[in-house]
Design a binder for this molecule. Structure first.
Ligand code: SF4
Length: 435
């Protein structure tokens, strides 16, 4: 290997809607998939968690993926690396656990600022059954008090790229202390958001009168909040099913809500929290009125390009359902097929309720069949993975890279115009090329 207020105060607004629309017609597909693996999440997670380090235990392919995806953004020594499993490791000639100890020790000696070290599993480490949980436990005991050592899998076997963040955040949940029985109620925002967006939301919650707000992930290891039945959590991303379950197992309560995309989604998301924390409706309306109006006006700038256009989503980021809801209800687009790798009915209950009924939902991927349907329907815009975009463009179909929607700040009122513009841009480019 080479180195490189209490729970009883919960109001009715805090209960989770577990079922959503019952009359959904969902096409379930299984076949070849075209998605990035969970290692991709390291690109945005390492920027968010400022004293964490991500050590992928993988192959040169894994290292190349990370370097090519993040390389252009490296201005300082990066906080991720790959411990490469060499042929002698694969052949069983070396003890991978010993090798890993050596790499980790070297790394931590050189980078004493690291407070959380994630050992990230990959396809190769899973294939050779390298037990990273055991390694994390052993190293954690050796380094107790200095560095928190955790592990999760970013492998591409049967997973999609946003599951990397879910697995990472879920690994943090057992590290959160138990909150005191008489602790004040707290709001926990769950999901990695760009700092600027996080700060906007924190300002809005403060204006609403919800002062006790924490984040998962926290920017620094020492800010990891305590949790318990007094914690009400609000997901900022729809792909955090495992994290949500882990938090609920610790007694925290999920606030069921739409996701904060667009003026309406953001209003509904904030309102769900305000309702849970018994914020007066008139006060809520006075706080959100101006930013909501600003968001609507910003979205309007893209409407001439978007309204009436047909759009299809191939399954990729797990953001597909909330984005289709936003585009249909706030931008006048007509979603045809909305494919998603996994459809979590509980987390998406409000989104599914708000989605126009005529949309074909599909779960899972059979890439050939889905491409055939796209070719037949000829939507104005297809949201898909990078690998599928160029072939579709060469056939005259306009595309949007799904991964760009995860890398760009798109949550909240102030980003609503940019979110609409992300979909308008490829349509505008197509019109220019056609002239
Ligand atoms: S984890 Fe698997 S899919 Fe991802 S880069 Fe490594 S080998 Fe490829």
């Amino acid at each position: 290997m080479s180195g490189a207020s209490s729970a009883s105060q919960a109001s009715a607004g805090c209960t989770a809607n577990m079922h959503g629309r019952d009359n959904l017609s969902i096409l379930r597909e299984r076949g070849q998939r075209e998605v990035f693996c969970g290692l991709t999440g390291i690109i945005w997670l390492h920027r968010k968690m400022q004293d964490a380090f991500f050590l992928v235990v993988g192959s040169r392919t894994c290292a190349h993926l990370l370097q090519s995806a993040a390389g252009v953004m490296i201005f300082a020594e990066p906080r991720f690396a790959t411990a490469i499993i060499e042929e002698r490791d694969l052949a069983g000639m070396a003890d991978c656990q010993d090798e890993l100890d050596r790499v980790v020790t070297q790394l931590l000696e050189r980078r004493p600022e690291i407070k959380t070290l994630f050992l990230v599993g990959s396809c190769p480490s899973e294939v050779i059954k390298l037990d990273l949980a055991k390694a994390a436990q052993r190293l954690g005991q050796q380094l107790a008090g200095d560095v928190r050592i955790l592990n999760y899998s970013g492998s591409g076997i049967e997973t999609t790229f946003t599951e990397g963040e879910d697995a990472c955040l879920a690994s943090l949940v057992p590290e959160m202390a138990d909150s005191a029985d008489d602790a004040a109620r707290q709001l926990l925002l769950v999901g990695s958001l760009p700092d600027i967006v996080e700060d906007q939301f924190l300002r809005l919650f403060a204006q609403l009168g919800i002062a006790n707000v924490s984040m998962l992930p926290a920017r620094n290891a020492s800010d990891l909040p305590a949790i318990g039945p007094n914690t009400h959590f609000l997901l900022a991303q729809p792909f955090l099913g495992e994290t949500s379950r882990a938090l609920q197992d610790r007694g925290a309560q999920r606030i069921s809500a739409m996701f904060p995309f667009g003026a309406e989604g953001t209003t509904a998301w904030l309102r769900a929290a305000a309702h849970c924390f018994d914020i007066d409706e008139m006060h809520f309306n006075s706080v959100v009125a101006k930013p909501r109006e600003r968001a609507k006006r910003a979205i309007e700038r893209s409407l001439p390009k978007l309204a009436g256009k047909r759009i299809s989503f191939l399954p990729d980021s797990q953001l597909e359902v909330p984005l289709a809801r936003f585009l249909a209800n706030e931008a006048g687009m007509e979603p045809l097929e909305v494919g998603t790798p996994y459809l979590h009915r509980g987390l998406l209950a409000e989104e599914l309720e708000a989605l126009p009924k005529a949309i074909q939902l599909s779960e899972g991927q059979h890439v050939d069949k889905q491409l055939d349907r796209v070719r037949e329907a000829k939507p104005d815009l297809t949201v898909c993975g990078l690998g599928l975009a160029n072939p579709l463009e060469s056939e005259g179909l306009s595309t949007k890279w799904a991964i760009e929607l995860v890398f760009s700040p798109i949550h909240g009122f102030e980003q609503a115009g940019d979110l609409a513009e992300l979909f308008a841009r490829p349509l505008r480019r197509r019109d220019v090329l056609e002239v």
